[in-house]
Design a protein around this ligand. Sequence first.
Ligand code: FES
Length: 112
Amino acid sequence: MARYKRHILICENVRDEDHPRGSCGRKCAEDIRIAFKTALKNRGMTTTYRANKSGCLDACEHGPVVVVYPDGVWYGGVTAADVDEIIEEHVIGGKPVTRLLIDDRRFQQEFE
Ligand code: FES
């Protein structure tokens, strides 16, 4: 049995400000991670769900990037204001928030 029902990874990689690829860490990714951790804690979900910062997930142009496993769902352009919706609709409800999905088939798989 899996350790967590869902594991949320938030890219917090930081590159130089003038780096051509940009970086999620310069787009308030830390705020997003804190919002996820707070949301899970407030709902008493921390033993079965986990949010962690990650290094670069190689989707920098879509940042800030959040990935939810085991679903393999990739979100882009996420803000802290989106966190409650992701928790309610996807993490609890099981349905990805389609408006935040990265619009690139390489990052998505069929979700059932
Ligand atoms: S810096 Fe976040 S995906 Fe690369």
